[in-house]
Design a protein around this ligand. Structure first.
Ligand code: FE2
Length: 449
């Protein structure tokens, strides 16, 4: 362990990370009008005001626990901005977050500013404490939590406003090569999960942070398998739709067929039919699906991804298969942090939040992000559904009660991050999870065999 007493300079780095992460949340919401902040358009989304308050509430719980004499800002705010933590007392039910106009947006921003001021002082003085290391780990966790909410904000703003939101979009890079076929990857024993011996310093800025659910690394056995080099595209998915995919029970799990019949699913979320033609609505406006044929399909549920895979004669990968494809270097027979190696993600390797596209990029736009088998866009663009249930790895130990450990039932694992994921928040071992029917997230898939 690094000695904190002699590492004063490192404190600046967590202070800087705090400032930059907190600032990005406000950048994301900057184009919103005041009326936009309080509306809840579906039970599964939250009003933007709630996110900016909740991410501050998280740090207030740190202050309450570790700052002697800290005075709670407001009991009403504790009630409104707690998400689901039983351990932190009563809270408003999630579907009701949009039923109140108070706390107002102005009050929520003042609360946020108050917490920032308190946290800045708290981080500055933490070095004198014996428990500095564990406190800074929780601050770091709070920043990773905030990055998760930044991504949720993008999903929720899309649901709220979609093309009416004035997203600061940059043009997508063009496709520079054709990506096709399946990569054949050898099976055998594979070390699934993040390596414990990595630097777990709370100051490190990038992929050496890992959630408890990525640990411990453990051996799994894989058969030889093949995995798509490219994400399933809008064009591929249109073929499934045009072949009557949504009208044929044979491709669907029972839970999926139920959605098709009771909720009348006919296409991914945000697709509309206009004069017999499929149109996709996104932050950039309305587009003919045919004009997006070479982009990854997104806003599909696990149920739809599975139906497509069955129709095309394949299946979805397990998370272990996905992780092997995204980390294994056959040249050195070893595991690396990213499909391309150890370097951090950048603009040329994957479509993540900092690229500023606010949209998926075409297939073949990131050849530098390829793995050794030329599988592309594994990091960024869309989270990828796997068949794996979200359950604890053998030997799992919770780092923070009620954070990851209470969700180990009924959800599926997704991998790889999306265009809404901050760069410093993603790595190949990252396990995201959602319910099989959910599709307001930026999620797509690739198939395996
Ligand atoms: Fe949260």
């Amino acid at each position: 362990m690094r000695s904190f007493a002699h590492a004063k300079g490192s404190y600046l780095s967590i202070a800087d990370l705090y400032k930059s992460v907190r600032a990005r949340t406000l950048e994301i919401v900057a184009p919103l009008e005041i009326e936009d902040y309080v509306i809840q358009t579906a039970e599964f989304m939250s009003p933007p005001r709630w996110h900016i308050g909740h991410t501050s509430w998280f740090f207030e719980t740190v202050l309450q626990k570790f700052q002697p004499g800290y005075k709670t800002y407001s009991d009403e705010f504790l009630f409104y901005f707690n998400s689901y933590y039983e351990g932190f007392g009563a809270r408003i039910e999630r579907p009701k977050r949009g039923t109140r106009s108070r706390p107002t947006v102005r009050e929520t921003r003042a609360y946020r500013a108050h917490i920032d001021e308190q946290m800045a002082r708290f981080i500055e003085r933490v070095s004198d404490r014996d428990d500095a290391e564990s406190i800074l780990s929780i601050v770091r966790l709070g920043l990773e939590h905030e990055m998760q909410h930044q991504e949720l904000l993008v999903y929720d703003i899309k649901h709220l406003l979609c093309d009416q939101f004035d997203a600061p979009m940059r043009p997508a890079p063009p496709s520079v090569e054709t990506v096709s076929g399946m990569a054949e990857i050898e099976g055998g024993l594979f070390e699934l999960g993040v390596n414990e011996s990595g630097d777990k310093s709370p100051h490190s800025k990038n992929h050496d942070f890992a959630w408890d659910n990525e640990r411990p690394q453990h051996k799994v056995y894989l058969e030889d398998f093949a995995i798509d080099r490219a994400l399933v595209s809008v064009g591929d998915y249109l073929e499934f739709m045009n072949a009557g995919g949504y009208q044929d029970f044979r491709w669907w799990h029972s839970a999926g067929w139920e959605k098709v019949t009771t909720e009348h699913w006919q296409a991914p979320l945000y697709w509309e039919q206009v004069e017999g033609e499929w149109i996709i609505r996104d932050f950039g406006g309305l587009h003919r699906a045919l004009d997006k044929a070479h982009e990854p399909v997104s806003h599909v549920s696990f149920l739809e991804a599975s139906a497509y895979a069955k129709w095309v004669g394949k299946r979805l990968p397990t998370e272990a298969e996905w992780e092997k494809a995204a980390t294994f270097s056959p040249a050195t027979s070893s595991k690396q942090s990213f499909p391309w190696g150890e370097e951090e993600p950048d603009e040329t390797r994957g479509n993540l939040f900092e690229n500023g596209l606010w949209a998926v990029a075409p297939t073949g736009a990131f050849p530098k992000g390829a793995n050794a088998y030329n599988c592309q866009q594994m990091i960024g663009d869309v989270w990828e559904w796997t068949t794996s249930d979200y359950t604890p790895y053998p030997g799992f130990k919770s780092d923070f009660d009620e954070y990851n450990d209470k969700w180990f039932v009924g959800q599926k694992v997704l991998r790889g991050g999306s265009f809404a994921t901050p760069r410093s928040h993603i790595r190949s071992t990252y396990r995201n999870f959602f319910y099989p029917h959910e599709r307001w997230m930026i999620a797509g898939f690739r198939c395996a065999k």
